[in-house]
Design a protein around this ligand. Structure first.
Ligand code: BGC
Length: 785
């Protein structure tokens, strides 16, 4: 940029900042004034809901209320704020659920979904949409997996950030939920997520951190569960230290519905808004605590100030006269569903269905007329319309082919296999068979975990028998989370379509008939069997405690480490075209954590049709002080390529992308050493790799104390000197001579003890006082990792 242009650009930015600041100052002044006029009772009342879905207004001071509504993949707005909102709710577009959104790996598309949702919220007067959920799919059994994005923190965080930015671009807030380690539905209001600090940071906090830093949601929803023994709503570690101080969160914390137990503890921890209105009890307790000095009024004022900031912002951004555009949003939902469809098997290119080849198409399965398109629980949307695939195929793709249908199974009874024989007859008379199966609604629900990962017996048997008699069988799956596929060898094609929302049927048909080339990839591993999954021994926990025993080895990190072959790996998905990877380049073979690294790779469409590829970039630390996963996803990109076209994709890796979380030092550390950077088409299909060397510029505290082992003191140059200063005689007995003295081999066992043991081991030759002084001298030392 030329200097003059740069200067005027900076001036503009500064002016803009000044303008914003002035507006903000005015609002803050108004809020300060209001706080001085509010009574204690009113302040406390503002920190809780007025009813099920709205904040408390204070009419005498003209403080308005705002509407909060579920979320995440569509609006669930009750007719009034004091109605539950189930069944009797306003229709809204039901978009594909989070599992499907994540399978698109397309942040721009998810941003647009957010925009559409924000628009619909404006049309219904809703100021805060309760979503997205970025919790990690720790176990395949998790009842809310359909509502969460991925098993991977980076993918979950990026999806969440895109969604939030989209919704908030329309002047509507979001609620990033459920903060945090909310990964099990069994005993969800009490369970303790017993997760170690390193894992908490690397896996369960990271998606929230990305979303907060990249998108600043107006609100964050505190979870029901306990984390490291403390309720999410009462944890000042989570709500204040991490969220506010470490990440710079500027919004307010809202409790999950009925999650608050100790209101005073929650307020002290930084929990702003208790939802919904529970009973007068919690307010009375808080008022009493303020009056008797147990709760500082300054704490309450700070919460009220931030609540009012959100309320006034929401009011200022509320738009009048926004109309719900049913057709436009329905058409967009169809496009999203088609982008999410993930092709898992396509033997002999059975898909897309060619009308030249196949004149008779059999459609089998009740889902083809009664689609399963969303999950069960608080996220249930009353759709504006609902398509079914049988009709869509007949109306839009039926010309020139004969279409037959058989129900195949009975959605009302999983074990009823009596409809299979009729389905087999229909299948045997067709050229190609599309079997629509998956998980019925009751299989995936908020509040209940799954106990197995199988589809209903009637669905599996149907597929098996049809696959046996008809080689041209394609299974179209509808489910929000992974399932087993015991019939996989018996069928030619498998298309995973997730819970595709109200227009999902159109999206599926578009992919089946080749109007859209499938480009979805798995955002979660599909295991062969439940016993292969990372949390198998520790899910859903016992007696209210869930041990996160697999630690950082969640999802593909676990399968890699254990060398377990999954049914389909994380990141996997086929296309009707093919891609070639070439020319992986790194900006330097030697870098630092500060400089980071630019990585680029060229992708070429080597097939016959236009298609989209999701390029995945994994980083592996080849040698590390702490145990690390074999590889971790750090970046991804989705690109579209015409046949023969090639594009270069480039990524910027930063220090954090090489780091682990050191729980002892409470620090992210990028260790010096060798890293392998891989461009991959799935977590099990690395296409190209480069090895680089990173030199850390960090200076981190050494933190040696009396429990640090002698050998560690010895191996560090700085502390070796101090050792020699304090215990020269004894050391001389166990080391070889010379400047580069080494521990004598046969003396090895003498140095495998913490320092505090040496007064005993040396029979008093080294004194407690010497150890104390030595430790004192080492305090404050740092090292380069
Ligand atoms: C769910 C939240 C939801 C809230 C309001 C809770 O039970 O966990 O995700 O936003 O209800 O419906």
């Amino acid at each position: 940029m030329k200097k003059a242009v740069l200067i005027s650009f900076l001036v503009l930015i500064t002016m803009n900042l000044k303008a914003q600041t002035q507006q903000e100052i005015d609002i803050q002044k108004k809020i300060t004034q209001l706080i001085s006029e509010l009574t204690i009772e009113e302040k406390v009342a503002l920190c809780s809901g007025r009813d099920d879905w709205s904040t408390m207004p204070i009419e005498r001071l003209d403080i308005p209320w705002i509407w909060l509504a579920d979320g995440p993949h569509g609006l669930r707005r009750a007719p009034a704020t004091n109605k539950p909102g189930y069944g009797d709710q306003l229709p809204a577009t039901c978009f594909p659920t989070a599992s499907a959104l994540a399978a698109t790996w397309d942040v721009d598309l998810v941003y647009k979904v957010g925009q559409a949702l924000g628009d619909e919220a404006q049309a219904q007067g809703v100021s805060v949409l309760l979503g997205p959920g970025v919790n990690i799919k720790r176990s395949v059994l998790g009842g809310r997996n359909f509502e969460y994005f991925s098993e991977d923190p980076i993918l979950s965080g990026e999806m969440g950030a895109a969604y939030i930015n989209g919704v908030q671009s329309q002047g509507v807030g979001t609620s990033l939920k459920h903060f945090t380690a909310n990964n099990v539905e069994t005993m969800r209001m009490f369970n303790n997520s017993n997760v170690d600090s390193r894992t908490l940071h690397e896996i369960y906090l990271t998606p929230f951190e990305i979303a907060v830093k990249k998108a600043q949601p107006w609100t964050v929803m505190a979870c029901y569960n306990r984390v490291q023994g403390e309720y999410g709503t009462q944890s000042s570690f989570l709500l204040t230290d991490i969220l506010k101080k470490d990440w710079g969160f500027k919004g307010i914390v809202v409790s999950d519905w009925f999650a608050v137990i100790d209101r005073v503890a929650a307020m002290k921890a930084g929990m702003h808004l208790e939802m919904p209105k529970v009973s007068p009890v919690n307010n009375a307790v808080a008022v009493e605590a303020i009056k008797n000095g147990a709760l500082d009024i300054a704490v309450v004022d700070a919460l009220v100030k931030e609540i009012l900031t959100v309320v006034f912002k929401a009011k200022a951004l509320q738009k009048e006269g926004v109309e719900l555009n049913v057709e436009k949003d329905h058409a967009f939902a169809r496009k999203v569903a088609s982008e999410a469809a993930t092709l898992l098997k396509n033997e002999n290119e059975i898909l897309p269905i060619s009308k030249d080849k196949y004149k008779k198409v059999a459609i089998i399965g009740e889902f083809a007329i009664a689609p399963r398109y969303q999950g069960n629980g608080s996220s249930q949307v009353k759709p504006t319309k609902l398509d079914n695939v049988l009709e869509i195929i007949k109306n839009e793709y039926g010309e020139g082919i004969e279409i037959t249908y058989a129900q195949g199974y009975n959605l009302a009874d999983d074990n009823d296999t009596s409809l299979i024989s009729e389905a087999k007859k229909v299948a045997s008379e067709a050229d190609v068979v599309l079997v629509f199966t998956g998980l019925p609604l009751q299989y995936e629900s908020e509040g209940i975990d799954r106990t197995h990962i199988h589809m209903p017996l009637s669905h599996n048997k149907l597929i098996d028998e049809i696959g046996t008699l008809q080689k041209n069988t394609v299974v179209v799956l509808t489910n929000g989370s992974a399932v087993t596929m015991p019939w996989i060898q018996n069928v030619s094609g498998v298309l995973e379509t997730w819970l595709g929302g109200q227009a999902g049927a159109g999206g599926i048909a578009d992919v089946l008939f080749g109007k859209v080339n499938p480009s979805g990839k798995l955002a979660e591993t599909f295991p062969m069997r439940l016993e292969d999954t990372p949390a198998f021994f520790n899910f859903p926990g016992e007696q209210g405690d869930v041990l996160y025993g697999e630690r950082i080895f969640v999802g593909y990190r676990y399968y890699d480490e254990q060398k377990i072959e999954p049914l389909f790996p994380f990141g996997y998905g086929l296309s009707y075209t093919s891609f070639e990877y070439s020319d992986l380049k790194v900006s330097s073979k030697n870098t630092t954590d500060k400089e980071g690294l630019t990585v680029s790779v060229t992708i070429k469409n080597t097939g016959k049709v236009t298609g989209k590829e999701i390029v995945q970039l994994y980083v592996s630390d080849t040698k590390s002080t702490l145990q690390r996963p074999k590889k971790e996803l750090k970046k991804f990109a989705k690109i579209e390529l015409a046949p023969g076209e090639e594009k270069e994709v480039s990524f910027k890796l930063e220090g954090r992308d090489f780091s682990y979380f050191d729980a002892k030092r409470n620090l992210w550390i990028a260790e010096s050493g060798e890293y392998v950077i891989s461009a991959a088409t799935s977590s099990r299909a690395i296409k190209l790799s480069e090895t680089i060397n990173l030199q850390s510029t960090q200076q981190v505290p050494l933190m040696f104390d009396e429990y640090t082992f002698f050998l560690e003191y010895w191996n560090n140059k700085q502390t070796r000197k101090i050792l020699l200063e304090y215990m020269p005689n004894w050391i001389r007995g166990i080391v070889t001579e010379g400047d580069e003295a080494e521990i004598r081999e046969y003396q090895g066992f003498m140095v495998e003890h913490p320092l505090i043991k040496y007064p005993y081991i040396t029979h008093g030759e080294i004194t407690h006082q010497q150890v104390k002084e030595l430790v004192e001298k080492c305090k404050g030392l740092t090292y380069t990792p």
